[in-house]
Design a protein around this ligand. Structure first.
Ligand SMILES: Nc1ncnc2c1ncn2[C@@H]1O[C@H](COP(=O)(O)OP(=O)(O)OP(=O)(O)O)[C@@H](O)[C@H]1O
Length: 235
């Protein structure tokens, strides 16, 4: 395990935004590595930079300086269109409020990322069906999001995240909008992604129960990692 190459490498990353004439430094020289098949939790106070960091790792944004590697790809130097193409196959996204399209069925929502890929209709059908079976929604495929519970909608979100078989799954507060029981089911499912599908997952959360289910927790404060913050580590 120790010799295994990290799947994510963040090296001395700085990120600032400008608001008018004001410069806001959000990440300040941050470095971390994530191992393959690891579930990493990111915690920290509101505004500490968790979502900003997740966005850099998922190629939704680029650092002001420093490097981000995912697998063998140095994504910090890709331009917008390279990043967009890369994200389609490399990253599965899970959001707090699911981000499902209300007029599409569960099946069609899960199919969306595949429409960007060269793939036959039969291949697409097989992958969508497999993903929906994996999250236990094979009998809800033609339901629209409004006809599903919050927990079921998040399961559709998870099916959509895994349907392209991505290298890495990023989840921003995936249980933040759910009651305790549904949250628990989602956390069980994410554990299955890791153990069954060998997925690497990075999870931003305020929820200590979610954090306790990860392999390792890193704590951010004011755009830096806080030392010795792995006390919530499961093993
Ligand atoms: N596009 C942007 N333009 C300007 N400032 C931004 C932008 N995106 C984020 N910020 C600022 O960066 C800081 C960190 O935001 P971020 O969303 O990463 O924090 P967070 O730790 O995820 O917070 P929360 O737990 O509340 O979601 C905040 O002060 C925020 O206002």
């Amino acid at each position: 395990m120790a010799s295994e190459q990290p799947i994510v490498r963040v090296e001395n990353v700085h990120k600032y935004f400008t608001r008018g004439s004001e410069r806001v430094d959000v990440l300040n020289g941050l470095s971390l590595e994530v191992r393959p098949c690891e579930t990493l939790g990111l915690m920290g106070p509101s505004g500490s930079g968790k979502t900003t960091l997740l966005n850099l790792i998922a190629g939704l944004d680029r650092p002001s300086s420093g490097e981000v590697w995912v697998g063998s790809d140095r994504i910090s130097t890709m331009n917008e269109s390279q990043l967009a193409r890369w994200r389609t196959t490399a990253i599965g996204f899970i959001f707090q409020f699911y981000h499902l399209l209300p007029v599409l069925s569960a099946y069609e929502n899960v199919e969306l990322p595949l429409l960007l890929l060269p793939m036959s209709a039969a291949q697409r059908r097989q992958q969508v069906t497999t993903a929906l079976e994996l999250v236990g929604l094979e009998n809800r495929m033609s339901h629209r999001p409004g006809q599903l519970s919050g927990g079921q909608q998040q399961r559709v979100g998870i099916a959509r995240a895994i349907v392209t078989d991505p290298l890495l799954i990023v989840a921003d507060e995936p249980t933040g909008d759910l009651d305790a029981k549904s949250a628990d089911e989602i956390l069980n499912l994410m554990e299955e992604l890791r153990s069954g599908l060998q997925k690497t997952i990075i999870l931003v959360t305020h929820d200590p129960r979610a954090a306790q289910r990860t392999d390792r927790v890193l704590m951010l404060d004011k755009g830096r990692l806080v030392d010795g913050a792995s006390s919530l580590t499961r093993h």
